[in-house]
Design a protein around this ligand. Structure first.
Ligand SMILES: *Cc1c(COP(=O)(O)O)cnc(C)c1O
Length: 304
């Protein structure tokens, strides 16, 4: 599916074919771009609702700070770039949105600017509640925070996720789970992990070399309502995966997706379990604006 015809590039709306940077800019030479992936959902009344736009803008700003960019875009600039681009494309259908604060220029490795901003959208229906995944534990470790910051959504980091994903796909799996260099469970190539043990949600803590996922935060908010207990954020051992009754991915792109097996061992009875199903139901209702209690997480593109 092609990207929508118009993109935002450094303050202007440009046709997709013209959203270009030079081949020797910092983002190409050094993998230095901080990005966000987020989704917009069509609501029942035909609007397009961007989910947790403010939190995505803040995380992009955090990444720009860690990357020592000499210019950190204001949250309002980032949010306006996304809305400007969606409106230019007259989008009202489900979309996946990508924003990149990229290092421009053609300068030495320690260059800190200029910093540009680009945004585009890919019309992409929500996967909805269907479809579980069969995943493997990667032979590649997750990058360690003391080497490359996993909590920054930096383009250069994704060499790590990519080698893991390619290995998994070529070995016949449709997803990959990575361990930290210490051998604890970390996360997937583009999503965080939750498991369910005895009715309680458990997820690797933020010091497990994970990207601090906004969807993970959403699940943490909903945990008590769904299971009766707050979720536990702690280190997770590899063998706990086989003790889990349920497991699921969470991420803006992945949404809430059941994990049915890990290294061909069924998770629980090998079907999406009740906590996963309940979490999906709540998530999809919230992102489509069916629960006014979460309206503050939604930015309508066309409405008031
Ligand atoms: C983007 C991403 C996630 C999910 O983060 P969300 O904020 O929920 O979209 C998780 N892990 C990695 C490695 C990611 O790149």
């Amino acid at each position: 599916m092609p990207t929508a015809p118009f993109m935002y590039l450094d303050g202007a709306i440009v046709p997709y074919a013209d959203a270009k940077v030079h081949a020797f800019t910092g983002v190409v030479k050094y993998g230095c771009g901080v990005f966000e992936g987020l989704r917009g959902y069509r609501s029942a009344d035909g609007d397009l609702l961007v989910f947790r736009l403010a939190e995505h803008a803040e995380r992009l700003r955090f990444g720009a700070k860690v990357m020592r960019y000499d210019h950190v875009h204001k949250a309002v600039e980032i949010e306006d770039a996304v809305l400007f681009m969606l409106r230019a494309n007259e989008l009202r259908e489900d979309v996946h949105i990508r924003v990149i604060a990229y290092l421009g220029g053609d300068d030495p490795l320690h260059q800190t600017g200029p910093v540009g901003l680009v945004a585009g959208a890919l019309p992409r229906p929500s996967a909805g509640p269907g479809g579980g995944m069969h995943v493997t534990i990667s032979s590649w470790f997750r990058i360690a925070d003391a080497a490359l910051p996993p909590r920054v959504k930096c383009t250069g980091n994704y060499v790590n996720n990519r080698v893991a994903e390619i290995e998994a796909f070529q070995d016949g799996y449709d997803g990959v789970l990575m361990l930290t260099a210490q051998g604890k469970v970390s996360e997937g190539s583009g999503a965080c992990l939750f498991i369910v043990r005895a009715g309680r949600l458990v997820t690797p803590d933020v010091a497990s070399d994970i990207l601090e996922s906004i969807t993970r935060d959403t699940v943490l908010h909903l945990a008590e309502e769904i299971t009766g207990h707050p979720a536990a954020e702690r280190t997770v051992d590899r063998t706990e995966l086989f003790a889990a009754d349920e497991a699921f991915w969470c991420g803006s792109g992945m949404e809430i997706r059941p994990i049915l097996s890990i290294d061909r061992v069924p998770v629980g009875d090998g079907r999406a379990g009740p906590v996963t199903r309940a979490m999906q139901e709540r998530y999809f209702a919230i992102v489509r604006g069916e629960d006014s209690a979460f309206a503050h997480w939604l930015t309508p593109v066309w409405g008031a």
